[in-house]
Design a protein around this ligand. Structure first.
Ligand code: 5GP
Ligand code: MG
Ligand code: MG
Length: 179
């Protein structure tokens, strides 16, 4: 895996098993309905692709791009829409799909933004959740893994746009980001 990575935190096999588990729950909860899954670019690309294929529920997919982090590892606290949805979500059952929830700033902003558009329902699925997220009052229906407060990369998650294509989630060696 090279010297940039400190360790593998979650293997591809563990991710696959967890997504199958989450997909089964989602299928049960949305039985008989059609779901619009909204992926938050770019981090959620891998989760969206694998979750969507694990679901039996009929889904349509749309994407939003928002920015809350710069190239570094700290939240700026500022959320900007870089790409909005193509879909009118009024009256739709919407599930936001996220890679990771850290401070929860991005998600709380997204939830209020999307709920103002009048969806029939609005829920959240995230692959990863950091300890900070537990401190904010956010309802996340489907969570994959609670992870320690470390900067992780892989499976969609980047450091300065690199490492998104790793098939697993790993922690970065401090020397890579100047730690
Ligand atoms: P929040 O707004 O919840 O603090 O952070 C949300 C976004 O920050 C995520 O979608 C992700 O882009 C980025 N982020 C938070 N923690 C990490 C991390 O450990 N690694 C990477 N690569 N990105 C993170
Ligand atoms: Mg994200
Ligand atoms: Mg990033």
């Amino acid at each position: 895996m090279g010297t940039d990575l400190k360790s593998v935190l979650i293997t591809k096999e563990e991710i696959d098993a967890k997504l199958a588990e989450l997909a089964a729950k989602i299928d049960a909860d949305y039985a008989g309905r059609e779901l619009l899954i909204v992926g938050v670019l770019k981090g959620a690309v891998m989760v969206m692709a694998d979750l969507a294929r694990a679901l039996s529920t009929p889904v349509t997919m749309d994407w939003m791009a928002v920015s809350s982090y710069g190239a570094g590892t700290k939240s700026s606290g500022v959320v900007r829409i870089l790409k909005d949805l193509d879909t009118d979500i009024a009256g739709r059952d919407v599930l936001i799909v996220e890679d990771i929830i850290d401070s929860g700033l991005t998600l709380s902003w997204l939830l209020s933004n999307l709920s103002s558009r009048g969806p029939a329902s609005l829920k959240v699925c995230t692959l990863l959740r950091k300890p900070e997220a537990a401190k904010v009052d956010l309802e996340v229906e489907y969570t994959g893994f609670d992870i320690p407060n470390e900067f992780v990369v892989g499976y969609g998650l980047d450091y300065a746009e690199r490492y998104r294509n790793l098939p697993f989630v790993g922690t970065l060696a401090p020397h890579v980001y100047g730690g």
